[in-house]
Design a binder for this molecule. Structure first.
Ligand SMILES: Cc1cc2nc3c(=O)[nH]c(=O)nc-3n(C[C@H](O)[C@H](O)[C@H](O)COP(=O)(O)O)c2cc1C
Length: 187
């Protein structure tokens, strides 16, 4: 890709990195640590297509427009969640109480749904306005309808319009961020 300044091709490795496997590996590790240092939140994303439901731990979440209110979420193409959001065209975000941080480890694989108890992996959920599952012990919920799906490498960036929001706990409850855990994603 040509640089904007017309200085010739750039990337993925900058000119200062030698063209050897060792130099590339060392730079790969550095770049990963730099990308991991980007501050982010940590959420559960509820998806629904018909009677299929899932909750997935996610940190690639950001508001991208305030008129209309659009939230962008990056979802890996191989995830069950990707299938459900593509089919159902909705998602619901749950923000997590910092004291409940252990929960995010329970939602990194497809969930088990118990329709009688209304639980996913044993955690109580309820339906948002879109029908997508919301963690009942969330601090807040944001229900979205998908307006656009942008293909970005091995993920899809789904842009959802906010159609319902709620606080389920006191508004000043501290919410979970990536830095509260020892986890990383991406890089
Ligand atoms: C801390 C953390 C952050 C994550 N962030 C994302 C994310 O932003 N996007 C994503 O697609 N998967 C993310 N994942 C991976 C998913 O939680 C999950 O492992 C995988 O995508 C499978 O989801 P599925 O149940 O829908 O198949 C993250 C995992 C962890 C542990």
């Amino acid at each position: 890709m040509a640089a904007a300044g017309g200085t010739g091709p750039v990337g993925p490795y900058p000119a200062s990195v030698d063209d050897t496997d060792e130099a590339h590996d060392a730079y790969d590790r550095l770049r990963r640590r730099v990308l991991w240092s980007l501050p982010s939140g940590l959420y559960l994303l509820g998806s629904r297509a018909g009677e299929r439901r899932n909750l997935m731990t996610i940190n690639w979440v950001t508001q991208v427009s305030f008129d209309p209110k659009l939230i962008g979420v990056g979802i890996e193409k191989t995830a069950v969640t990707h299938e459900l959001v593509t089919e159902g065209r909705v998602f619901a975000l749950s923000t997590i109480d910092r004291e409940d941080r252990a929960i995010v480890r329970k939602f990194t694989k497809p969930c088990e749904w118990d329709p009688d108890a209304s639980t996913l992996n044993g955690f109580a959920v309820h339906e948002g306005a879109t029908g997508a599952p919301i963690l009942s012990q969330a601090v807040a919920s944001i229900d979205c309808e998908v307006r656009q799906a942008v293909e970005v490498g091995n993920h899809t960036f789904f842009l959802g319009e906010v159609v319902d929001t709620a606080f389920l706990k006191a508004e000043d409850t501290p919410v979970l961020r990536m830095e509260d855990t020892r986890m990383n994603y991406g890089g």
